[in-house]
Write a protein of this length. Structure first.
Length: 132
């Protein structure tokens, strides 16, 4: 199971509900309203339930989840990696850690996730992640 010590540089556990949702954030020190808009914070979500769960339905309402999803967003409407499902929270946490490592290695094409490129932001993200 991935914990904060296993994450690559720049990634942090932003939120961790015991036995529930976990949110990993990339460089929250930079996405601070001054250097980058906070909405552009690269974020990996681990949560119980299928990706197409109806709005408002919670784990508590539906019982213990039998599936866990992992999603990677560059900003609220820009999904870098579509939801992937796993049989357990531990497997989902491991997958989230691997996504963070792939991002850190430069294996994920975040530029390709944008239909309308935001060149200044993406150039700055390249600098921040060491891709330039």
């Amino acid at each position: 199971m991935t914990d904060a010590d296993d994450l690559p540089e720049g990634w942090t556990v932003w939120n961790d509900e015991p036995g529930g949702r976990r949110i990993l954030a990339y460089r929250p020190d930079v996405f601070d309203t001054e250097q980058f808009p906070p909405a552009c914070l690269p974020t990996i979500y681990v949560a119980g339930g299928a990706p197409n769960r109806p709005p408002g339905e919670t784990e508590a309402a539906s019982g213990a989840p039998d599936v866990w999803r992992v999603q990677f967003f560059l900003e609220p409407d820009v999904e870098l990696v579509s939801a992937r499902t796993h049989d357990s929270r531990e497997a989902a946490l491991d997958a989230a850690g691997e996504l963070a490592r792939e991002f850190a290695r430069g294996d994920l094409d975040y530029r390709g996730a944008y239909q309308v490129p935001r060149e200044a932001y993406l150039d700055r993200l390249d600098e921040l992640t060491g891709r330039r």
